[in-house]
Design a protein around this ligand. Sequence first.
Ligand SMILES: [Zn+2]
Length: 241
Amino acid sequence: MAVLDPMGLQTGLFFESAMEIYARVFRELKPRTSAPEMQIEFCKFANADSFIRLDNGRLHVRMSDLLEGAPAPVLEALAYILLGKLYRKEVPRLYSHRYKQYLNRRDVRRQAHLIRQLRGRKFISGPRGEYHDLEELFERLNGQYFGGMLGRPQLGWSRQPSRSMLGHFDPSHNAIIISRIFDRPAVPALALEYVMFHEMLHLRYPVDHAGARRRVHTKEFREAEKQFPRLKEAKEILKRL
Ligand SMILES: [Zn+2]
């Protein structure tokens, strides 16, 4: 069955697991060799690096967990790149191009940036800012909108007052990071409240991995977000930050 993926590639690969992809690419690159035993893992690296090695006839592939939700054609491209490197086979440029294109996607770059911030330096500031306390805010919203039922994740302020990343929920660290731009008296508290509320909804409604693409803001998520009373006003403030 052909499916049109978000990168506009016509492909029938969506039903292959990472393992099946590597086995198929191996057969293509080394048609006369039987495929070795393989171990394929997604690891919590601080960046998008991936590694391959052959150890006692066993193939070990370790990919960044940044790629865990990547479309199959992207994993296929990386399989060509890694196996090509290992066996010194020329790999069609199409694959390196496709892989680079994916890493360049805005959402992927953002996620990579945040992962670097969190894992590279293992830094999460405390919840207390200069003007706002994220813990206090979290618990207030928790009571107001979630019946106090959300477990509190790690809460921290971003290092830089980022405008492009206003807030983020990182499930692998169970952390909500809020841009330091909100820890200023000039920025209305309503904006901070909305961003925190939005990230709390990510805690409540996990990413939907069903189907070909990840759905971060599901229909339920969008519906629940409408509970926020001054939603429009808050979004207006964010636009003018
Ligand atoms: Zn979101």
